[in-house]
Design a binder for this molecule. Structure first.
Ligand SMILES: Cc1cc2nc3c(=O)[nH]c(=O)nc-3n(C[C@H](O)[C@H](O)[C@H](O)COP(=O)(O)OP(=O)(O)OC[C@H]3O[C@@H](n4cnc5c(N)ncnc54)[C@H](O)[C@@H]3O)c2cc1C
Length: 302
C-alpha cells in the first residue's frame, strides 16, 4: 500500500498523470500475467529517476525497473512496491556517425530499424526481440549469433542512491543472458552502441530473413516471455522438453507450445501459478529423462 504522504512526495518529482496506483501488471508483460503493482510510475527522464530513487531509498520502499516486460513472470498477487517504467517516454535515439546513443526505453526493434535506415550494421539480430534497450543490456539479449555485448560500448545507469555511473563494456561483464548489473540496484537510462557502415538493402533483407525464421519457428500468436529456459550446455531446451513427451502439455491455461517446446504460452487465462507449476513439472521431467537441470531464463517477480 502506498500512503498519501508517499504519493504526494512522488507527485513532486513526476507529473501526477504518470503515477498509477493498483496498476495491473498483466497490462505490462508480454505473458499478459501479473497482479497489481502498488504504484506504477512512468519515468520521463534521468532527473525524475534520480529523485524518485533517492526518495525510495530513503523510505526503504522496494522498487522494480520495468522495460517492455517481455522476460518477466509477475506473481498473481502483484508487486508490493513501486514499478519504475523506463519505457515509451524514454525512447530517444541519436545517431552520431557510426555510433548510436539510445535512451533505455527505446525498443530494440526501433533501434535496429533506425540503424538500418542510417546504413549501419550490427543490430539486425535484435530486430525481432521484443524488449527495450535497458532490458536488452541487463539480459545481454541475443539471437542468431548476435548479442548486445557485441555492440555496446557504454551504459549509463542510476544507482540506488541516485548517483549516475558510466559503465564500459568490460565492466558490464556480459555473459550468456546475463550482465554484471542484472542483480544490482542500477537502472539503465542510456546505452551507446558502436555499429559499422553497411549496405542498407543487405541489412533490411537480413532483418526480414530473421523475422521469417521467428514466424516459422516461434508461437508469436500467443502471449509468452520467449524462451522459458536457458540453453543447457550441449543441448537445446526445446528438444529435451519435446523428447520428454511434453509437447502441448498443459496446466490450467499455461501450455508447452506445440510449435516450439522451449516456449511456455498463455492460452488465454493462464495464471502465474499455472506457469510456475508447469515450469516445475517440465524441470522435473527433463531431469528424470535426461539428467539435465533446466534453469529459467524468465525472471519471476513477487
Ligand atoms: C516472443 C519473444 C521472443 C523473444 N526472443 C528473444 C531472443 O531471441 N533473445 C533474447 O535474448 N530474448 C528474447 N526474448 C526475451 C526478452 O525480449 C529479452 O530478455 C529482453 O531483453 C527483455 O527486455 P525488456 O525490456 O522486455 O525487459 P523486462 O522484461 O521489462 O525486464 C527484464 C529484466 O531487466 C530489468 N530491466 C528492464 N529495464 C531495465 C532498465 N532500464 N534498467 C535496469 N533494469 C531493467 C528488469 O528489472 C528485469 O530484471 C523474447 C521474448 C518474447 C516474448
Amino acid at each position: 500500500m502506498i500512503s498519501n504522504a508517499v504519493l504526494e512526495t512522488l507527485e513532486g518529482y513526476v507529473p501526477r498523470e504518470n503515477i498509477r496506483l493498483g496498476e495491473p501488471m498483466s497490462r505490462h508483460t508480454t505473458f499478459r500475467i501479473g497482479g497489481e503493482a502498488d504504484c506504477f510510475v512512468e519515468i520521463e527522464n534521468m532527473e525524475q529517476l534520480i529523485q524518485v530513487k533517492r526518495y525510495l531509498q530513503m523510505i526503504e520502499m522496494p522498487w522494480l525497473a520495468l522495460g517492455n516486460g517481455s522476460n518477466l513472470l509477475v506473481s498473481d498477487r502483484g508487486y508490493e512496491g513501486v514499478v519504475l517504467h523506463v519505457g515509451p517516454r524514454m525512447q530517444q535515439i541519436q545517431v552520431q556517425g557510426n555510433r548510436m546513443v539510445v535512451q533505455a526505453g527505446a525498443l530494440m526493434a526501433q533501434v535496429a530499424k533506425t540503424a538500418c535506415e542510417q546504413g549501419l550494421t550490427g543490430m539486425e539480430f535484435a530486430s525481432g526481440i521484443p524488449g527495450t534497450m535497458g532490458g536488452g543490456v541487463i539480459m545481454n539479449a541475443g539471437a542468431y549469433d548476435g548479442e548486445i555485448s557485441q555492440v555496446v560500448t557504454q551504459v549509463k545507469v542510476v544507482d540506488r542512491d541516485g548517483n549516475v555511473l558510466e559503465l564500459d563494456n568490460a565492466t558490464m561483464e556480459f555473459g550468456y543472458r546475463t550482465s554484471a548489473i542484472k542483480h544490482q540496484p542500477f537502472t539503465v537510462v542510456e546505452v551507446t552502441l558502436q555499429l559499422a557502415p553497411g549496405e542498407r538493402e543487405a541489412i533490411q533483407s537480413r532483418m526480414e530473413e530473421l523475422a521469417a525464421k521467428r514466424r516459422e519457428k516461434q508461437p508469436l500468436e500467443y502471449p509468452s516471455a520467449g524462451s522459458t529456459f536457458k540453453r543447457p550446455e550441449g543441448y537445446y531446451a526445446g528438444e529435451l522438453i519435446m523428447k520428454s513427451g511434453l509437447r502441448g502439455f498443459q496446466i490450467g491455461g499455461a501450455r508447452v507450445s506445440d510449435k516450439h517446446c522451449g516456449f511456455i504460452i498463455n492460452t488465454g487465462k493462464a495464471t502465474c501459478e499455472d506457469v510456475r507449476d508447469l515450469i516445475a513439472h517440465v524441470q522435473e521431467r527433463v531431469k528424470a529423462c535426461f539428467g539435465v537441470e533446466l534453469e529459467t531464463e524468465v525472471i519471476y517477480i513477487e
